[in-house]
Design a protein around this ligand. Sequence first.
Ligand code: ADP
Length: 291
Amino acid sequence: SYDELRKCTNNFAERNEIGSGAYGKVYKGLLSDGLVNVAIKRAQQGSTQGLLEFKTEIELLSRVHHKNLVGLVGFCIEQGEQMLVYEFMPNGTIRDSLSGKSGIYLDWNRRLYVALGSARGLAYLHEHANPPIIHRDIKSTNILLDENLTAKVADFGLSKLVSDDLKGHVSTQVKGTMGYLDPEYYQTQQLTEKSDVYSFGVFMLELLTSKRLIERRRNIVHQVRTTMNKDDEEYYGLWDMIDSSIRDTPNLTGLGQFLEITMQCIEDSPEDRPTMSEVVKAVETILQNDG
Ligand code: ADP
């Protein structure tokens, strides 16, 4: 309830800051029962929309539940500051894992499960949430790992809560992130489910290479495309970019299938990209053949 959550904010301190993003700072806190860890996002001053809109949106979002979505526990408003309270993800972001920062090593099989889980979370937002939710900012820092290393998508619905004022200033952060953003957006100024699919494809590339591809992505994508159209031996150019630990996978067929679906996700035109449930099915098939 609202009252209960209000107390939670007494239980976090500035020193418990764990990160900061477009919306504001993130703190680790405890629910008032003293047992449940939570992540508390505090909006930057003046960054959010009116209180009523905030409450309406949060009520909507707190009804969205899925195993692969970081649950929104609730919200609190203290001295005019808006705070969002989320389930705490003790194993950090996928970016932290891929960069070696969190100490969680993701082998190829685990990466397949990360892709599957996060694809399921996103498919749920697109196809089962009512009304449907476009995430708008899928990236490796928005996919987190819980205590069982289950991947969960964070920050869904958040872009709606950031005021238009702020959007104007940091549009690349709020409306998607550079490198992950659907190229179609530059023409239409519209983000759709297929924009999420594009961002998800960039995320899959990141799972393959372990690298953040923001700068060089266009080149890589181009290279990959040209090699994909040729014979299997000519995966060569791409092969060098794949994380060396993944290259040792015994299941090269699965790796090839993963590459193929990745490339489809980052097709220039939205209609050439699969839906998220098609991505889910493709990754499920790879994992079935793997086992
Ligand atoms: P960004 O806008 O870059 O995605 P966020 O505001 O979502 O940043 O989060 C900033 C950082 O806070 C993340 O990189 C992550 O390390 C941490 N964080 C966010 N949400 C959670 C959570 N639910 N549990 C644990 N850590 C979190």
